[in-house]
Design a protein around this ligand. Structure first.
Ligand SMILES: CC(=O)SCCNC(=O)CCNC(=O)[C@H](O)C(C)(C)COP(=O)(O)OP(=O)(O)OC[C@H]1O[C@@H](n2cnc3c(N)ncnc32)[C@H](O)[C@@H]1OP(=O)(O)O
Ligand SMILES: CC(C)C(=O)C(=O)O
Ligand SMILES: [Mg+2]
Length: 508
């Protein structure tokens, strides 16, 4: 039978504890509305006593959100609980969340309290909060570094005092999946009352195990997971909601558990948070990273083109990506993906042209990080207009600067022999073009020269267009493409010369 796991989103509280992730009221409202739309079960809207701003956020979110429980964090202290309640009281389903640390190191050094005094404070706080509302969560901070028998005692006491959810935080991200599973199993044995309430896990990511530990907790019977969008949170962050939700969704066979989260809203929530905080998601981040559904290497691309599930365990559409361009052309791509892209772009070319274009594509891909559609179109335009190469560029050296006259040394191959010429000019391009004219030995006129960047970025392809005319005024165009704009310009000029020679021979 499939169990329902409640998703407790703490993006607005623990997530906001992430350096650089503070949000203002308007931003928190926007985020809360998205969380409601995606049907998380509980929104922890803040920690009301923290500041007037946090109080106002909890209060406003409480009055706006209708379809989720709204929670506010409080220490085990009456003034915190009063503030939480004051902020929460308009919520449809308010929850006061009380926390106190239970590990020896926290009790001794931070709270300066004996274990029994911690239990007393916890129980008194739960009872105090219970005067205000029925929905009370009790968290034992640093639970995973706490004594198990002590945990069982404090949970037993707080449940008797009225806690309806008890939370076991791995506050410092210390535990491992196996240990976490055992922890919950033993705790349930030692404290049978746990089975009468919602048991929750709250995992941090200090060892990169936040999601794995949350899933282990689910296997051990917990029915609430505390997590954040994009995994933001104190230090290395919290378990990422999109990862937990999609792990359950994709591996229902294994976990026999599901959430009510609308998975197609996950990407929107991730992007909204990035826009609000300005904190970007790493490209290889699971589920919502830019590369999470991209395939760059030829063998994978071939597999995906033949049958998506060869390399995709979930669909991009399932997390809300529309029109995913999942085949990213790069230096590891093969002919299958290249041909597919050409067809997508609406071109039909011969096998021979494809081979030429593919060879050029590999050269470009070696120099560029990503090859975009416009790069491919530029390569195609060049390759499909190809004429026999009377002159082929072998090498060039340019000496240029703002206090010297530019000099170009060009070496080209004609009929298997190298020809080298040197020329000076007004700038590097002019010097290079003059060297070509010397090599060709014809009286050529440059009619037009344009240079454009094909795509954006430091490694963008330069697309040069040269138009030359001969002694009869006939115009010939040539195109050159390279990440080096001088090379692109020289190639364009040589291509225009080759075209002129080809046309003259075919006209004669
Ligand atoms: C694991 C977690 O994520 S817990 C949540 C962490 N989040 C935050 O701390 C963000 C908001 N915090 C704040 O704005 C402030 O820390 C406040 C408003 C809560 C308190 O500020 P201050 O009164 O100036 O106290 P300060 O933060 O310096 O110290 C914390 C005090 O709370 C006590 N305390 C800490 N945790 C608890 C607790 N769960 N229950 C009761 N008392 C606690 C500490 O022992 C310390 O008390 P002391 O002054 O007697 O030594
Ligand atoms: C407040 C508690 C639940 C917390 O964030 C933690 O222990 O990490
Ligand atoms: Mg936390």
């Amino acid at each position: 039978m499939t169990r329902m796991i409640r998703i407790f989103d703490t993006t607005l509280r623990d997530g906001e504890q992430s350096p650089g992730c503070s949000m203002n009221l308007k931003e928190k409202i926007e985020m809360a509305k998205q969380l409601e739309k995606m049907k998380v079960d509980i929104i922890e809207a803040g920690f009301a006593i923290t500041s007037p701003g946090d109080f106002e956020s909890v209060q406003t979110i409480s009055s706006i959100i209708k379809d989720c429980t709204v929670a506010s964090l409080s220490r085990a202290a009456e003034k915190d609980i009063d503030a939480s309640w004051e902020a929460l009281k308009k919520a449809v389903d308010p929850r006061i969340h009380i926390v106190i640390a239970t590990s020896p190191i926290h009790m001794q050094y931070k709270l300066n309290l004996e274990p029994d005094a911690v239990i007393e404070k916890a129980v008194a706080s739960v009872k105090y909060a219970k005067k205000y509302c029925s929905n009370i969560e009790f968290s034992a901070e640093d639970a995973t570094r706490s004594d198990l028998e002590f945990m069982a005692r404090i949970f037993d006491a707080t449940i008797q005092a009225g806690a309806t959810t008890v939370n076991i935080p791995d506050t410092v991200g210390y535990t491992t999946p196996e240990e976490h599973y055992e922890f919950f199993m033993k705790l349930r044995e030692l404290c049978p009352r746990l089975d009468d309430v919602t048991i929750s896990a709250h995992c941090h990511n200090d060892l990169g195990l936040g999601v794995a530990n949350s899933l282990a907790a689910i296997r051990a019977g917990v029915n609430q997971i505390e997590c954040t969008i994009n995994g933001i949170g104190e230090r290395a962050g919290n378990a990422a909601m999109e990862e937990v939700v999609m792990a359950l969704h994709t591996r229902k066979d294994l976990f026999q558990a599901e959430t009510r989260v609308v998975t197609t809203e996950l990407m929107r929530a991730s992007k909204l948070l990035t826009r609000i905080t300005g904190v970007k998601v790493q490209p290889n981040k699971a589920i919502v990273g830019e590369n999470a559904f991209s395939h760059e290497s030829g063998i994978h691309q071939d597999g995906v083109l033949k049958h998506k599930q060869t390399y995709e365990i979930m669909t991009p559409e399932s997390i809300g990506i529309v029109g995913n361009n999942n085949i990213v052309l790069g230096k590891h791509s093969g002919r299958h993906a290249f041909r597919n892209k050409i067809r997508e772009l609406g071109y039909e070319i011969s096998d021979e042209q494809l081979e030429q274009a593919f060879a050029k594509f590999k050269v470009v891909a070696d120099k560029k990080k990503s090859v975009y559609d416009r790069d491919i179109e530029a390569i195609l335009a060049k390759e499909t207009l190809q004429v026999p190469k009377t002159y082929t560029l072998e090498s060039f050296v340019i000496n240029s600067g703002n206090s010297i006259t530019s000099t170009a040394v060009l070496k080209v191959i004609k009929d298997g022999k190298a020809i080298e010429k040197v020329s000076r000019g007004d700038g590097p391009i002019d010097a290079a073009f003059k060297a070509i004219e010397k090599i060709v030995g014809m009286d050529l006129k440059l009619d037009d020269y344009q240079l454009q960047s094909v795509t954006e970025g430091m490694d963008a392809l330069g697309d040069a267009l040269v138009k030359i005319s001969d002694e009869n005024g006939e115009i010939y165009g040539g195109r050159g493409l390279s990440t080096d704009v001088i090379e692109a310009s020289i190639q364009a000029y040589i291509n225009a010369v080759n075209k002129m020679i080809y046309d003259k021979e075919h006209r004669a």
